[in-house]
Design a protein around this ligand. Structure first.
Ligand code: C2E
Ligand code: CA
Ligand code: CA
Ligand code: CA
Length: 275
């Protein structure tokens, strides 16, 4: 840009990627929202594919900004990961989910999304342990869903940290399997309890025998590795029927429950607790 002189620079500045600009603005607003505690969590049920019984709830972060409106996590989580804000955000989410979990009481575990980026940090295990202690929770009430949006240099360190959490009874799920970076090689490197199949795998499930075979194979892969499976993004009874027949044991999706504020689940949790 220097050699192009004034005009070149001006040209560059004026076309400064609209995407980059909105990313910077998102970052500024997100930092502010974190400081002001303006985020909140919704929860989506994970259910037994056959009986519909409530197995757990996934915490999903929600953010409404005065200027940006409702910002979907798909837009601000990547920004948080690139800016480092994912660390305080992740800490806030974990603490809030644990606070809610303690209020609900035992019986229905909560799943929290964490990026492998957070897990590789040296203070991650201590942070999870102290959060559980702060709310008087056992590790068995918590599940972590691991996402790998960014390439991680130190998967081995992440694996070591995850093993320590597993010793506390925390369950570990590999999120978005079958999509993007969630790869077979990760299965070898991380200690895991569960494979979560990405909803993109369901798109053609009802029309394509190949799509069915792929999902079936992935369920078989999980079984071969002694992992449980949950399929996300189930929207139709047709999909549910096909999955049941495979058989797939656990599902999550709009069909069996949309993400909703914590109050929406209190009664169902009570029912599980009084069984
Ligand atoms: P995810 O972990 O794969 O979560 C599932 C996403 O799919 C959620 O979107 C959920 O609302 C949506 N969903 C659930 N059932 C269905 C369905 O039947 N059909 C369709 N079309 N969508 C369904 P959401 O809440 O917008 O979150 C998007 C992503 O953002 C999540 O994908 C997760 O990767 C990330 N995310 C959300 N909350 C957190 C968080 O607290 N921390 C981190 N690190 N990431 C988060
Ligand atoms: Ca997830
Ligand atoms: Ca997904
Ligand atoms: Ca995910």
């Amino acid at each position: 840009a220097k050699r192009e002189g004034k005009n070149g620079v001006r040209f560059f500045a004026s076309t400064l990627d609209v995407a980059a600009q909105s990313q910077m603005f998102t970052e500024v607003r997100l930092r502010r929202a974190l400081q002001r505690q303006e985020l909140h969590l919704h929860y989506q049920p994970q259910v037994d594919a056959r009986t519909g019984a409530l197995l757990g709830l996934e915490a999903l972060v929600r953010w409404t900004d005065e200027q940006l409106g409702d910002v979907p996590p798909a837009r601000f989580i990547p920004v948080a990961e690139e800016s480092g804000l994912i660390v305080p955000l992740g800490q806030w989410v974990l603490n809030e989910a644990c606070r809610q979990l303690a209020q609900w009481g035992p019986g229905v575990p909560v799943a929290v999304n964490v990026s492998v980026l957070e897990v590789a940090r040296d203070d991650f295990v201590a942070g999870v342990r102290s959060t559980l202690e702060r709310h008087g929770l056992s590790g068995t009430q918590l599940k972590l869903e691991l996402t790998e949006r960014l390439a991680v240099r130190d998967l081995h360190r992440a694996a070591r940290h995850l093993s320590q959490l597993r010793d506390l009874g925390v369950r570990l799920s590999l999120d978005d399997f079958g999509m993007g970076q969630s790869s077979v090689s990760t299965l070898l490197k991380l200690p895991l309890d569960e494979l979560k199949l990405d909803r993109s795998l369901l798109a053609d499930l009802e029309d394509s025998p190949e799509a069915r075979r792929i999902v079936e194979s992935l369920i078989g892969l999980a079984r071969g590795l002694n992992l449980s499976v949950i399929v996300e993004g189930v929207e139709t009874t047709g999909q549910l029927e096909i999955l049941r027949a495979m058989p797939c044991s656990a599902v999550q999706g709009y069909l069996t429950g949309r993400p909703a504020a914590p109050d929406a689940w209190t009664e169902r949790i009570r029912a599980v607790q009084s069984e």
